[in-house]
Design a protein around this ligand. Structure first.
Ligand code: 2AM
Ligand code: CA
Ligand code: CA
Ligand code: CA
Length: 289
């Protein structure tokens, strides 16, 4: 007999586990947290990130013993990022927007995706503070609290709201590139927003609340669920070069409307080129000192 994966059951099971785990975030938001740092002062983790990831993986592994798991805090503690195989794999971010969570800033969520044979089949992003449950299944549309969502149809940058990340310390080596892009986009677009949660930002593009999202410094667990949610809402996700998106090495250019992509990719390229030229000039100056 060929083993059939029951995606309906996977979806129902992970949904109730996620909603249940969301209560931990909600109850803990205003309280005292044990804050540790990982790669630097800006890279935060709390006991709640670790606890929620353990609960999610234990619950899913018990129900689906032959499934694989890629979770942010497990990868951090083992220092090992598993390869994505064809096996059913749950990609888990127990708290996306940990810095927001630490500051009691209410944009924080659980993000979980199920990937099977490299297709993202299920995506769930749940913000228990604002009671926003974003869900998608491949081929079946994207939903916010059960109501269908659609991404923006705006196809020009000059009419767009742009979302980015701006954790400067986190991306020291690329800070000048980020500032260059901010200058380039702010000169053309309606405005720039920084939500502080990649998963929720992708969902905001999916619901048509902003037109595009740019971030080079992300991981699979930040984006797996949101990528499906955007695609099911009518948008798409590309590499920041404008090329094909790679889930395991995500450099994200997410758009509500794919017609925006060439203009945005071109602007990123010209902005980055300007910075690279500046770096060369500065290095030459440095060498003269
Ligand atoms: P996290 O909260 O799960 O760490 C804003 O910082 C967004 O970028 C969040 O979605 C955050 O996820 C993600 N991010 C990815 N890598 C990060 C890092 N090294 N430092 C801070 N944020 C990071
Ligand atoms: Ca983190
Ligand atoms: Ca994250
Ligand atoms: Ca996280």
């Amino acid at each position: 007999m060929v083993y059939q994966l029951d995606l309906d059951h996977c979806y129902d099971f992970v949904m109730s586990l996620t909603i249940e785990s969301g209560k931990i975030i909600k109850d803990a938001l205003q309280g005292t947290k044990n804050i540790e740092t990982k790669k630097g002062d800006w890279d935060l983790v709390t006991q709640y990130d670790k606890r929620i990831e353990k609960i999610l993986i234990a619950g899913l592994a018990k129900e689906f013993p032959d499934h694989q798991f890629i979770g942010e805090e497990t990868v951090a503690s083992t220092n090992f990022l598993p390869e994505l195989t064809d096996a059913p794999t749950w990609i888990i971010d127990p708290i996306d927007g940990t810095t927001n969570f630490v500051h009691s800033f209410p944009h924080t969520c659980i993000s979980i995706a199920l990937v099977v044979k490299r297709n993202i089949e299920i995506g769930i992003v749940y913000n228990p503070i604002l009671d926003q449950l974003f869900t998608a299944r491949r081929g079946e549309g994207a939903f916010l609290n059960g109501k269908r969502i659609q991404s923006s149809k705006i196809s020009e940058l000059r009419s767009s709201l742009v979302c980015i990340e701006a954790s400067y310390a986190a991306i020291k080596s690329t800070r000048d590139l980020l500032l260059g892009r901010v200058e380039a986009f702010v000169s053309i677009a309606h405005g720039i927003r920084v939500l502080g949660s990649a998963a929720l930002t992708l969902c905001h593009i999916a619901m048509g609340a902003a037109e595009l999202y740019l971030s080079d410094n992300l991981y699979p667990w930040d984006v797996a669920a949101g990528v499906l949610i955007i695609r099911e809402a009518g948008g798409d996700v590309y590499d920041t070069s404008g090329g094909e998106f790679n889930l395991m090495k995500p450099r994200v250019l997410a758009v509500g409307c794919s017609k925006l992509t060439p203009e945005v990719a071109k602007l990123i390229r010209s902005s980055d080129d300007k910075i690279y030229r500046k770096r060369i000039i500065n290095n030459q100056d440095n060498s003269l000192e």
